[in-house]
Write a protein that binds this ligand. Structure first.
Ligand code: FES
Length: 166
């Protein structure tokens, strides 16, 4: 369900055309799913244990499905992480900021320019920071531990406050 919500909520970020061809609304949704989905396959053999160190230091452990984003893990497992994933993975908030261990960070998929732009606005940025909505769980990550930064910035609110103070 969250994958569909994520897809619908990001429709407005899609270009109207792809390779010069006008896309229907449904076609745009399918194209976006293809662009943002990690892996839709689900098998009990593809379960991965992920640990989150919460803002207050509490350790939260989840059993993730291979292919889920770390945002989906937090949502699907109802992990209590204050303010996490406010934009539902549309790269508009940076509240899903996570800090990885160096060796794991080096093995993550390449970061996009859009993620880099939003990550630059996150509080407590480190050399091994990524956005959880953009990182997909892989079997090789079993036992992964990620740190949730102590402070969180929702860039959507920051921008709203900026507009109101003008
Ligand atoms: S959930 Fe908003 S940028 Fe990841």
């Amino acid at each position: 369900m969250i994958r569909m919500n994520l897809a619908l909520s990001v429709l407005s970020r899609l270009p109207v055309t792809l390779s010069g061809v006008e896309l229907t609304k449904r076609g745009r949704a399918m194209a976006q799913l293809a662009l943002t989905s990690c892996n839709l396959f689900d098998s009990s053999a593809d379960r991965v244990t992920v640990h989150f160190i919460n803002r207050d230091g509490e350790r939260l452990t989840a059993t993730a499905k291979e292919g889920e984003s770390l945002l989906e893990v937090v949502v699907n497992q109802n992990l209590s992480i204050d303010g996490f994933g406010a934009c539902e993975g549309t790269l508009a908030c940076s509240t899903c900021h996570l800090i990885f261990e160096e060796d794991v960070f080096q093995k993550l998929d390449a970061i996009t320019d859009e993620e880099l732009d939003m990550l630059d606005l996150a509080y407590g940025l480190t050399d091994t920071s990524r956005l959880g909505c953009q990182v997909c769980v892989k079997k090789a990550m079993d036992g992964l531990t990620v740190q949730v930064p102590a402070e969180v910035a929702d860039m959507r609110r920051e921008l709203e406050v900026g507009k109101q103070s003008k």
